[in-house]
Write a protein that binds this ligand. Structure first.
Ligand SMILES: [Zn+2]
Length: 236
């Protein structure tokens, strides 16, 4: 993105990525009901999200044993209570349990759903949850399903898309197992075909030279043609 901004800032850009899990990773503090507890944790305990720590330059911080240094932070919320006030998943300042996780039941009741809090309230998760709660056949069968269906839990974008959009770039994720839609694959194919025309060698330095020559041999015009072809597929 820095390179594009520096050299081609006058154009509109759409960044195309394949469906790799690293590209689709969400912000660790983004709303997720997967591990939330139904009730407020007991006194002295809290429910937070574990995230990696970074220094002021954005570099990951490591422990002396080489593992990632972690910290526990609040999960961020972009939802609203019943009266339209932005909602936090944690008790607000001034509350006797300030900063403590409210629990799914209270979060839902604040959003206007009844029958969640208490022993007789809805279950945290029904027995059919992993199958999509189809047995119950109701969107409000258990607390976790209800939060899963809330717009702020559904519309969580990958971190990559968030960063790109904030800088004015559009992002397109290609569907899985469709390398024909990815222009870089056509370029690899072109370079591989050129590489195969070189005499066989077992010397590493010659191989490296051949690889660089093969990669450099892909003409810009061919790259553009591949992308035009792929974008036609993508628009189907
Ligand atoms: Zn359920």
């Amino acid at each position: 993105m820095d390179i594009i901004d520096e050299n081609f800032s006058q154009d509109f850009h759409c960044l195309v990525y394949d469906n790799a899990p690293t590209h689709l990773k969400r912000t660790p503090t983004a709303p997720s009901a997967k591990k939330m507890t139904k009730n407020t944790p007991p006194v002295g305990k809290n429910w937070l999200v574990e995230v990696n720590m970074y220094d002021e330059n954005g570099k990951q911080i490591y422990n002396s044993d080489g593992s990632y240094k972690k910290q526990h932070v609040q999960m961020s919320s972009s939802g609203f209570t019943e009266d339209g006030t932005p909602q936090s998943f944690y008790f607000e300042p001034g509350h006797e349990r300030e900063g403590v996780f409210k629990g799914m039941a209270i979060i839902l009741e604040e959003r206007g759903f009844k029958g969640c809090v208490g022993r007789n309230g809805r279950l945290a998760e029904c027995g059919d949850f992993s199958q999509g709660c189809v047995t119950a056949g109701q969107p409000d069968c258990c607390c976790r399903r209800m939060l899963y269906n809330e717009p702020d839990f559904v519309n969580v974008w990958p971190r990559l898309e968030e960063v790109a959009n904030a800088r004015g770039f559009a992002v397109l994720f290609l569907p899985k197992f469709h390398c024909e839609l990815n222009f870089i694959e056509q370029c690899w194919g072109y370079a591989k075909r050129v590489y195969r025309t070189f005499p066989l060698t077992k010397k590493e330095d010659e191989m490296e030279k051949n690889i660089i020559t093969a990669l450099d041999s892909v003409p810009l015009e061919t790259m553009r043609r591949c992308d035009v072809l792929d974008s036609r597929f993508r628009s189907l």
